[in-house]
Design a binder for this molecule. Structure first.
Ligand SMILES: O=c1ccn([C@@H]2O[C@H](COP(=O)(O)OP(=O)(O)O[C@H]3O[C@H](CO)[C@@H](O)[C@H](O)[C@H]3O)[C@@H](O)[C@H]2O)c(=O)[nH]1
Ligand SMILES: [Mn+2]
Length: 735
């Protein structure tokens, strides 16, 4: 080993230009103080200004809230760090003793998550550049669907062709659908590959046709049923929500006959549908993950666990090795509990209309959290140490010896294993155990990942965030406005739940994790509660315009400076950050709109739902995000035309706010034009600008309300309702 033995397996670099950032932050902070001073000393006198007084108090509170929010958002920006791995050192030192890795793929519904998409993800992770006999892939099917099982069976056969093909030509990405849809340069390949290429592509197309035909049919034909004993299990399946556990080992890695066309071993492949009974709560993805942890411990017991959602295929076949560089680093490795990789998407449009790709979180905030002790765990794309996930506390005894040959100890036959695993995936197994509490993923929260990651950090572990040049995972983002808002509702609700519970970073994390890490969690925890201040800001100042009630300093007054500075500095910085994260200007503008929309709908609903849940009026739910859309919707999505099309209450709110601002803006501009001399207007200038910006940001919405005829336009019922409500609000304000 010699000198090589001492070199670390990864290195950490700090971001540049932080001093500039610190100057910016300090100056905005001073600006905020000035605004507060202005609000305090210009507080409207009691005589005859009752309305103005109340509006002023509300505005002041909103601004205090925004200031607080801005303040807590700076912690994760203070000092971002970036990680780089040395995979060659890993191979040199550890190739022979690499640990077993278990990969969990979760799916929940064969219609929302088509089986062909699911198995593409499965194939992509089976094809990691990693010793196959140490790799095991588990598919958890909460849909309990024989269609998905059938697709997996097909995938197990196709993998015999696919894995050698990937190995031979070192192709990327290793999801067949993604690979074949991007035509590779056939001539550039060395050795030349046309012959293989066409035959593998044909085999894939054939398989795809078979799977899609069966999926469309909605049931498995008798002939197919005879192909595998596994289908017999469906005789006991009453419905999706009522069936015993199904465990099928489709490829047993220990079996000498489980080899690909080149005679190389295949990774283990297991299908799992945990037991579901109407009287037992299944705890959504967290429940599925915990069953997977137990079942896999019996079958392969890999010491590293990777979880991916069924729509997030592996885009980088080296990633397992990247992750191991962290875990196996001699000096810092033992304190690392999980390594989170970013979630990227392959269906984004150029300007990302709904702001779904959280660029800045990925390139600035998570690297910033990493510097404070570790990023949060965000589900898909995260590698965990099995022990930690199962509740182990950090301590000296956790030092791991990796120099052990990986060996599947269990010598039971596959069918015996299948039977014994069924018990582990049953509804009653967790009764009177710590599963869902101290062991595995935590239950009772809409973001099981965040709360689990936080509790791991509170047990003394560190985590790592790593962004290799080639994205590790590519998934799909929602393609309609409503889906995107609903997804944000779930996320913000979960985060807010954590904040209000005893697992809040400040309570549970107190003295257990660094203070700056506690603060770094808060912008997300407080997403939901920003709805109040935002709603206030987009309604009250415009309505006050109608009565000529001024809430901001006059345009010629010096007090305007702090307002102007804070707004200009904050948004220029945010634009800069966005552009540095590879965004476009239009994309940034779209993201600003997305934030306004989320804050006034998703976050409002999340806020209310969380309160109602606390009071025990409603139960936790999990709306699975759609992964496919019909052609019409996809076309509009690609053209970046906003999709409404359904009469959701969320849209009524958005449209009402947009109309309200339009009315107030038109009213006040008309006043400016009519009496140019009116001195009062000077004091309303900032309010008119605010209103005008809101009108600008809502342009696509007006289009959807009044000018579009396609199916994605706003339903007329929403148009009527929103116009009526906005007029009503204006009337009340005026009289
Ligand atoms: O009862 C359920 C519900 C969902 N899932 C799976 O969970 C995953 C995530 O669901 P999705 O609807 O795609 O949610 P997203 O909002 O896109 O997921 C993000 O947010 C989740 C937490 O809300 C994390 O668990 C995910 O990893 C993260 O990618 C999917 O693979 C589902 O199949 C289940 O296995 N069982
Ligand atoms: Mn998803």
């Amino acid at each position: 080993m010699g000198k090589e033995g001492n070199l670390p397996l990864f290195e950490t670099k700090v971001a540049k230009g932080r001093n500039l950032f610190k100057c910016y932050a300090a100056s905005v902070f001073v600006g905020i103080i000035f605004i507060c001073v202005y609000r305090a000393i210009h507080f409207p006198a009691a005589n005859g200004q009752v309305l103005r007084r109340w509006a002023w108090i509300g505005l002041f509170l909103s601004e205090l809230w925004f200031s607080l929010y801005w303040f807590v958002s700076q912690f994760s920006r203070w000092n971002p760090i970036y990680r780089y791995t040395f995979k060659d050192r890993l191979s040199q030192r550890y190739e022979k003793v690499l640990p077993g890795v278990d990969i969990f793929v979760c799916t929940a519904d064969p219609t929302i998550e088509p089986p062909i998409m699911v198995i593409n993800t499965v194939l992509s992770v089976m094809a990691y550049n990693y010793p196959s006999h140490k790799l095991s892939v588990y598919l958890s099917d909460d849909g309990g669907s024989d269609l998905t099982f059938y697709a997996l069976l097909e995938a197990s056969r196709f993998s015999e062709l696919w894995l050698p093909f990937c190995r031979k030509f070192k192709i990327e990405p290793r999801s067949p659908a993604a690979y074949f849809s991007s035509t590779p340069q056939l001539n550039d390949c060395n050795p030349p590959m046309p012959q293989d290429w066409f035959s593998v592509k044909k085999a894939y197309e054939d398989m795809k046709n078979r799977i899609e035909t069966t999926t469309r049919l909605g049931r498995i034909s008798e002939e197919i049923r005879k192909e595998h004993k596994g289908f017999l299990e469906w005789e006991y399946v009453a419905t999706r929500q009522n069936h015993p556990s199904i465990v099928q080992i489709l490829i047993d890695g220990r079996d000498g006959k489980a080899v690909d066309v080149e005679g190389q071993p295949l990774p283990t492949l297991v299908y799992l549908a945990r037991e579901k009974r109407p009287q037992y709560h299944h705890n959504f993805k967290a429940g599925a993950m915990n069953s997977l942890i137990r079942v896999s411990s019996k079958i392969s017991n890999g010491s590293i666990i990777l979880n991916v959602d069924c729509d997030m295929y592996s885009n980088n076949s080296e990633l397992v090795r990247d992750a191991l560089c962290f875990f196996m680093d001699e000096e810092k490795g033992q304190e690392i509990a999980y390594v989170q990789f970013p979630q990227n998407y392959n269906n984004l449009t150029r300007n990302d209309l709904y702001g779904t790709d959280m660029k800045v979180i990925e390139t600035v905030e998570f690297p910033g959290m990493d510097a404070c002790g570790g990023p949060c765990y965000v589900g898909s794309g995260c590698f965990h140490r099995r022990d930690t996930l199962c509740g182990m506390k950090y301590g000296k005894e956790c030092e791991r010896v990796w120099k052990r040959e990986y060996d599947r100890e269990n010598r039971e036959s596959a069918s015996v294993l299948e039977e014994s695993c069924k018990v582990l995936a049953s509804c009653t197994y967790e009764e009177n155990t710590q599963w869902g509490k101290e062991m595995g993923l935590k239950y009772g929260c809409a973001v099981e990942d965040i709360i689990t990651g936080l509790s791991i950090q509170c047990r003394g572990w560190k985590s790592i965030y790593s962004r290799p040049d080639r994205s590790g995972f590519l998934g799909v983002v929602p393609t309609t406005l409503l889906q995107s808002l609903v997804q944000h509702k779930r996320w913000s609700e979960g985060q807010f739940q954590i904040f209000l519970s005893r697992h809040s970073p400040f309570v549970y994390g107190h003295k257990k994790i660094p203070l700056n890490l506690q603060f770094s969690y808060s912008p997300y925890s407080l997403w939901a509660s920003t709805c109040l201040a935002t709603l206030y800001y987009v309604t009250v100042p415009p309505l006050c315009l109608l009565r000529g009630v001024s809430l901001f300093p006059e345009i010629s007054c010096l007090w305007i400076l702090p307002f102007a500075y804070v707004v200009v500095a904050k948004y220029s910085y945010s634009l800069g950050e966005f552009l540095c994260s590879d965004g476009t200007i239009q994309g940034w503008w779209n993201e600003q709109r997305a934030w306004v929309y989320r804050r006034t709908t998703s976050y409002l609903f999340a806020f209310l739902d969380t309160i109602l849940q606390l009071l025990g009026f409603v139960e936790l739910s999990f709306v699975i995000t759609a992964k496919v859309s019909d052609e019409d919707v996809s076309r509009r999505y690609e053209q970046e035309v906003m999709e409404f099309g359904s009469p959701s209450p969320m849209f009524t709110i958005l449209a009402t706010l947009a109309m309200l601002n339009l009315f107030c803006f038109v009213w006040s501009v008309q006043r400016v034009v009519v009496d140019v001399q009116d001195r009062a207007l000077e004091s309303l200038a900032l309010q008119i600008i605010l209103c005008g910006v809101l009108v600008l940001i809502n342009l696509p919405l007006y289009q959807g309300l009044f000018f579009r005829k396609d199916k994605g336009a706003m339903p007329t019922s929403v148009t009527y309702k929103s116009v009526a409500l906005a007029l009503l609000a204006c009337a009340i304000a005026l009289y």
